[in-house]
Design a protein around this ligand. Sequence first.
Ligand code: ADP
Ligand code: MG
Length: 380
Amino acid sequence: MSLPRNLRHIQALAKQQANTVTLGQLLRTTRSDPTSLIRQGQWLRSQLPIRFARRLDEFLQLPYVVVHNSNIKQVFDIYIDTFESVSDFPTIITERDEADFVSLIRAQLEKHQQVARLVAEGYREVRHNYPHFRLDSFLDRLFITRISARILMENYIRMRTPQEGHIGVVQKELSPLRVLQDLSTEITRLTEAIYGVAPEIEFRGNLTCTLDYIPRHVQFMCQELLKNAVRATTERHKPRNLAGFGFTSEPASIPRVAVELQKGDVHVIIKISDQGGGMPKKIQEEAWQYGWTTADNEDDADPYSGCSWRKELAGYGFGLPLTRLHAQYFGGDVFMQALPGHGTDMYLLLNHLKEGSPSIEEDDPSTALTETENRSVNAP
Ligand SMILES: Nc1ncnc2c1ncn2[C@@H]1O[C@H](COP(=O)(O)OP(=O)(O)O)[C@@H](O)[C@H]1O
Ligand SMILES: [Mg+2]
């Protein structure tokens, strides 16, 4: 990979002061009149390039083996493309300019859809050759910026078409049960396609509880935790092929995965319990690292082990670290009680993203990161 021709521009912008904005501030300026749209467009036009320049500057300092990976290279190219097209965009003055700018942001957001998968695939390939190589803090910063840039871009796209029950990216009174039920159907189908069987998923607790949150985030976190529970359970309890005889053992009864919803004073709590064998104590900590997975080399004799749709269920080792990053982003959390030899309870705690609540008015990791970087570029 050669250095980008606008290296100096990237470095100069990375050193500029970035303005921070909390979700609370963002939602208060979420209005659909032309003046608000133009103002928000101008703000993004000036701020996105600084954020992308800072990540590009870090990309450029990665070791050779990383930047030469074709998946990571694709991510780098997407970042360069966003950086260039947004910073090259002329000053936004008229409604017409603003309409052009939102089209650009839509197209860029679309390109960024695949970033998480490309990074995960690239990191897996790099670590295949260099198993001790780790990039956890780089990846944390990359994904924190990604979460915030997507919120900013999506909110800007949505603010022009106000939708009942939403403020920008936030959905009010979202039903976690609905989200989890839809995911269950999908994950059961995928698991059956891979293993031939799947555990039942049952729902308990406060099934009618609701939450103000970004729907895409709830979906992502619940999906990752459910997939892990379903996979662990199926791996442990699936009927085994009896070697050489071409028939399977007794149809096993697969224990259910239980999803329990509760509403606390500040949180909605989603507890996902499985009997998938839990994890040894040592692994319980390692499992939160990027790229740590037991799905990589399982069952080499399985003809489907290399299938791309198999990787939809597990295999990148990004599910747990990214779920924690999303949960903590707005002051929530996720923790695990894994009883080795039995099963796992995962607790996901999500704060209501209501105006005035600490979860959206106090510093999120992106604001904290931006401020730290502002300070460090100012240091003598
Ligand atoms: N509910 C669970 N039961 C048993 N092991 C689990 C569970 N959740 C996660 N793990 C372990 O943690 C590893 C990392 O999980 P994750 O980050 O989601 O990556 P992936 O699912 O792609 O392997 C899994 O490969 C698995 O070994
Ligand atoms: Mg997973």
